[in-house]
Write a protein that binds this ligand. Structure first.
Ligand SMILES: NC(=O)C1=CN([C@@H]2O[C@H](COP(=O)(O)OP(=O)(O)OC[C@H]3O[C@@H](n4cnc5c(N)ncnc54)[C@H](O)[C@@H]3O)[C@@H](O)[C@H]2O)C=CC1
Ligand SMILES: CC(=O)N[C@@H]1[C@@H](OP(=O)(O)OP(=O)(O)OC[C@H]2O[C@@H](n3ccc(=O)[nH]c3=O)[C@H](O)[C@@H]2O)O[C@H](C(=O)O)[C@@H](O)[C@@H]1O
Length: 457
């Protein structure tokens, strides 16, 4: 017997103010599936809005931490205290059993990963498992919202058919919408509460209406309703594709720096003074668990040729090699064998301030350098465990205790602002510095600096 309360949003004929009241006074139980870097902040904002959220996560440690008022998601300003407060007033509880959450919820919000396989195929097994769990508890008037990024058409086809086949209900008896998470780590609460409007795409008009009502209560920037779930999925993926392709343009232009004989970064900066030009920043690679992978949500599942998207991916994937090739050119010019060198990488996470190493450029740079026989070292103040990198981890203060032949700035964490560059020594000759992010000002040093996109200064 479902323990669900009578209040439902989808298909409700009560005046919308009454529906909003039911939502915000906790009469409409919500379940959020996935309590990770994005899921926990999302569940917390839902709990702040409705006062009645069950978070479901298959990781028992995650559940135990949350139910004890703790927060396993680090470096999200305000999240620790927020979770503790919400758990204390019972607005948020967690369960390791998604089916239990499904049995009591009338609104089901899904935010779990869709990894990419080694063959670059989107792996929807996690999403499938969650949707099946939801179907076991789905009842008339429920609304299912997918927030995690998925290949376009996933919600309309795969999710809808699983919900219908496993629950015995049909769309129209329950609602279904895709409402993408447009959030960045490090500012999740700010983004979820309203950095940008919330995109809402319903599988039918009533799903769009019900989801819009919810996100008008959550997102201060309001809602952007679109035609359907596939359009909303495309919006999210297109945002990521735009970024990957435009970073690739910047990177390809950066590889032309030496032949052009200019500072390409300077040219990019000035070109961007035109409102229709927004060339991104060149760098030693594109990391994270989103931008390098979203292209495969379009490349793999669809027949249409996508040469631009695939080429952009290849350009970005080539940048770690470009960065270390610049080092090799310098060593060759000095007549020094690469395998006799010692190289320090600064910044191992994929971007500053975020403790995430997936597809981080330093992974490939360290692997190539080690393969070529160099002694590779790495510093990253955010990481305790660097075993995924083919290098020896150093603390920041250690870098002054030994000599290096080269330093590569891969990810410029704030802690690196205070590096005493004149104290980094080379056994003989000039220290070679590859400034991967154009963030260093070493004009006063006697180091030999190559800036990606800027050439030798
Ligand atoms: N992390 C980011 O910067 C952003 C992520 N997203 C989207 O959000 C999705 C989730 O991202 P994160 O929260 O960073 O992932 P995450 O890896 O930090 O967390 C995923 C959570 O889901 C849980 N989980 C796995 N299988 C489950 C199941 N069957 N039932 C319930 N929970 C399950 C895991 O235990 C984990 O706690 C991403 O795939 C992406 O589509 C969107 C915008 C930003
Ligand atoms: C379109 C867009 O900006 N998406 C954002 C992106 O955030 P993410 O955490 O992946 O960081 P990011 O700033 O895109 O950087 C990804 C990678 O690309 C590199 N990068 C970034 C911008 C640039 O001009 N040059 C460059 O080389 C970064 O160093 C990093 O290695 O992906 C998030 C996501 O969807 O997970 C999304 O919510 C964020 O809004």
């Amino acid at each position: 017997m479902s323990t669900k309360l009578a209040d439902k949003l989808y298909g409700s004929e009560r005046p919308e103010p009454v529906q909003r009241e039911a939502l915000t006074n906790g009469q409409i139980p919500v379940a959020v599936y996935g309590l990770g870097k994005m899921g926990l902040p999302l569940a917390s904002v839902y709990a702040e809005t409705t006062g009645n959220v069950t978070g479901a996560d298959v990781d028992p440690d995650v559940v135990e931490t949350i139910n004890s008022g703790g927060c396993h998601v680090k470096r999200e300003p305000g999240l620790d205290a927020f979770v503790s407060e919400l758990v204390a007033d019972e607005s948020l509880t967690a369960t390791p059993e998604p089916r239990d959450a499904a049995a009591r919820a009338n609104v089901h919000v899904v935010i779990v990963p869709t990894p990419i396989t080694d063959e670059h195929e989107p792996d929807l097994a996690i999403l499938d498992a969650v949707v099946e769990d939801i179907a076991t508890g789905l009842s008339r008037g429920d609304l299912v919202i997918i927030e995690c990024t998925v290949p376009p058409q996933t919600t309309a086809h795969r999710v809808r058919s699983t919900l219908e086949s496993k629950s015995g209900l049909e769309l129209g008896e329950f609602g279904l919408a895709f409402c993408p998470e447009r959030t960045s780590s490090g500012r999740a609460l700010e983004d979820i509460r309203g950095a940008y409007p919330k995109v809402v795409g319903g599988a039918d008009n009533e799903s769009t209406r019900a989801a819009t009502l919810i996100y008008e209560e959550i997102n201060s920037k309001g809602v952007l309703p679109v035609s359907d779930t596939t359009t909303a999925e495309a919006v999210k993926v297109f945002e990521g594709l735009y970024r990957d392709v435009n970073i690739a343009l910047a990177n390809e232009l950066a590889t032309m720096t030496d032949e052009l004989g200019i500072d390409v970064n300077e040219a990019i900066e000035v070109a961007n003074t035109q409102p229709f030009c927004n060339i991104h920043d060149p760098g030693p690679g594109v990391g994270g668990h989103c931008i390098p992978f979203y292209p495969y949500f379009v490349i793999e599942p669809f027949e249409t040729e996508t040469p631009l998207i695939e080429t952009a991916r290849a350009v970005n994937d080539s940048m770690p090699q470009f960065a270390i090739d610049k080092l090799r050119e310098e060593f060759d010019a000095e007549g020094m064998a690469f395998e006799d060198s010692s190289i320090l990488l600064l910044g191992l996470t994929y971007r500053p301030g975020v403790e995430e190493i997936r597809a981080s450029p330093s992974l490939d740079i360290a692997a190539i350098g080690s393969e070529w026989g160099a002694d590779m070292y790495g510093v990253d103040p955010m990481l305790d465990d660097t075993s995924a990198f083919d290098l020896t981890q150093l603390d920041l203060e250690d870098i002054y205790e030994q000599s290096f032949d080269a330093v590569v700035m891969v990810t410029h964490h704030d802690d690196f602002d205070d590096i005493r560059w004149d104290e980094i020594s080379r056994s003989e000759g000039q220290l070679v510095v590859i400034d991967g992010r154009d963030t260093l000002d070493l004009d006063g040093s006697d180091h030999r600096v190559y800036t990606i996109g800027g050439g030798y200064v």
